[in-house]
Design a protein around this ligand. Structure first.
Ligand code: UFG
Length: 327
């Protein structure tokens, strides 16, 4: 297929580009490079620096490259930032997706794969979280994505040829095993990169945000999924798109690790004593989040290859050692 990867210069999008190429698809990348990195996109892949707001430019790319499917990774992803600047999040994430969908409608492109998030569930009513759990996001980031899911459902109802899937990510981590591409966020707020930056002396220490949660060791529990497993699910979901429908799938490994457990895994992988301090809870962090991802396993035959956090941290460590300051 001819696939347009929006946000293909970002952390997850760049890993998806590699997998699409390896699977024989033709790939085109658009990215505004606000937080993406041009170096993350292979030189042979057609690249255009376009903002999602620019509907005519998107429509032009879609038509010119005879695109069959859009994979949409281009979004702002920080919960805290979304609370402080909600309009920016709704404009970019929700408005940007509408702009892409309008460009697709103009160009007759009918397939859409959305990066969604576990944040659409908010405080989970049950653990592990299934796709039928109520979506009650508790921050603008989660709401900005939930709105896109709803728009996709409406569009699929209105156009029997339109096919979409929303992939609800849990905690994406790790890097390409060859160390060529990886995570380079500025600012970096995610746990595994933060620990590894502390291991490299690039930050003073890791601060654990709260050890008084109702969990066995008092720290928050999350479901860490390797970025390559996550991208493999995108390819499987793209192949299985059904006209006139929006599907939703959770993407996690179905196993939770506490912050302390991840920290210990990182000490094991790096062989270093990593400076650590205890801090207060971070606002908006639920105590326990992990996925039930049986639905995608059952329906699409997807399975995570990384089912333990240690090898996930190993791939991240390889990247951070080779690129301590990012790209
Ligand atoms: N944490 C620390 N110290 C740090 C960074 C994180 O203790 O320096 C803890 C957090 O409190 C949390 C866990 O490590 O308990 C994981 O935090 P991340 O920031 O790595 O990831 P989140 O679980 O907050 O975020 C993920 C996705 C978001 C999504 C959210 C949904 O990255 O995009 O889940 O709840 F919105």
């Amino acid at each position: 297929m001819n696939v347009l990867v929006a946000g293909g210069a970002g952390y997850i999008g760049s890993h998806a580009v590699r997998q699409l190429l390896a699977a024989g698809h033709r790939v085109v990348v658009v990215d505004n490079l606000f937080r993406g990195h041009r170096e993350a996109v292979p030189a042979e892949v057609p690249f255009q620096q376009i903002d999602l707001a620019d509907t005519p430019a998107l429509a032009d790319v879609l038509a010119r490259h005879a695109i069959d499917c859009v994979m949409h990774f281009a979004a702002l992803t920080y919960v805290g930032e979304s609370v402080e600047q909600p309009l920016w999040y709704y404009t970019n994430n929700t408005g940007g997706s509408i702009s892409m969908l309008r460009a697709m409608a103009q160009s007759g492109v009918k397939r859409f794969v959305l990066s969604s998030t576990a944040a659409v569930y908010g405080e989970p009513v049950e653990i592990p979280i299934t796709e039928s759990c109520p979506c009650q996001p508790i921050n603008p980031y989660g709401r900005s994505k939930q709105m896109v899911e709803r728009i996709l459902a409406d569009q699929a109802a209105a156009d029997p040829q339109f096919a979409a899937v929303a992939l609800r990510y849990f905690n994406v981590a790790g890097a390409a095993p060859d160390g060529a591409i990886g995570e380079d966020h500025k600012p970096e707020t995610h746990l595994i990169p933060a620990i590894l930056q502390a291991a490299l002396g690039r930050r003073e220490r890791l601060t654990i945000f709260g050890d008084d949660y109702p969990t066995p060791d008092g720290t928050c529990i999350r479901d860490y999924i390797h970025v390559d497993d996550l991208c493999a699910a995108h390819l499987a979901a793209m192949e299985a798109l059904r006209p006139g429908e929006l599907q939703a799938y959770n993407l996690g490994i179905g196993r939770g690790y506490s912050v302390r457990e991840v920290f210990r895994a990182a000490e094991q992988v790096t062989g270093r004593a990593i400076p650590v301090a205890m801090g207060p809870r971070r606002a908006g962090d639920p105590a326990v989040l992990f996925a039930d991802s049986q639905k995608i396993q059952r329906e699409l035959g997807w399975k995570p290859r990384y089912t333990d956090v240690v090898p996930i941290v190993e791939t991240a460590w390889k990247w951070f050692q080779a690129h301590p300051d990012g790209y």
